[in-house]
Design a protein around this ligand. Sequence first.
Ligand SMILES: [Zn+2]
Length: 323
Amino acid sequence: MAKAKYRYNPHTLSYDKIEMSFRDRLMRAFMFLGAGLIIGIGIYFITDAYVDSPKEKKLKQDNAELQSQYAILNKKLEQMNVVLEDLQHRDDNIYRVIFEAEPIASEIREAGFGGVNRYKELENYSNAELIISTAKKLDKLSKQLYIQSKSFDEVFEMAQKKEEMLASIPAIQPVSNEDLTRMASGYGYRTDPVYKTTKFHAGMDFTAPRGTPIYATGNGKVIQADAESRGYGNHVRIDHGYGYVTLYAHMSKMDVKVGQKVKRGDVIGYVGNTGKSVGPHCHYEVRKNDEPINPVNFYFNDLTPEQYAKMLEMANDPSQSLD
Ligand SMILES: [Zn+2]
């Protein structure tokens, strides 16, 4: 039941009942409704802007948690990068140096991905910068790790070859120390035993009784086993690979054939006096890339430091060679 409303009428000094048309009532109703709506919307926006709903509060917490997790992740990535840098440094300056390999160029290690923007789909996130920088760090790290592991594969292969190389290059005397009667002559300018002039002697002469065994000084393949009546006489050449060839001359008897594979320490022949020689000895040459080099540097496997010093002294004696 609606209350009736009255208005004071000063002319009649009485209260007149206010009669409202249906239209007026409707207008009033709409006015109230409209005002309510405007106030309601206003309150909604104000609370929405300044007061979080429980769901929003939860989301904000989650977001903050994720951001701090990302920050921790970033820090860990940086630490891993430091470890990787140390590995790269050791790889370039120690491991690869040992095996005489070039360090890996920084352009290769640092190479980016280039071209397409791989992080485009991440750009729409509210913390895009943090997410993208973390993703970039992770990508860079994984790429550098891949390159580093490839380099270690290479180093491993080089280490295996190095073993093979160390077994191949000349490293012992062709005649055993106990069989030597005398270390006759070394490498360098010596008096020619026949012509008595100063001549370059491209090897070392090991004097020993006829028939003393001569050993291959490194692993390799026999590339020559010839009987010359002059010059080297019965002589054997062994190709050791890596540019090294050794030659053993004036043998009384050769014990290998061309093409035969030999190991360091295998007997390849016996001391003799064939060819241009003035007494039983083994003339021994070491050649690197077709150039004769001083064999004195290639006995590191079987001599003690004292023996080596004595041998050096004798080899440097500028007496005549036996050829
Ligand atoms: Zn000689």
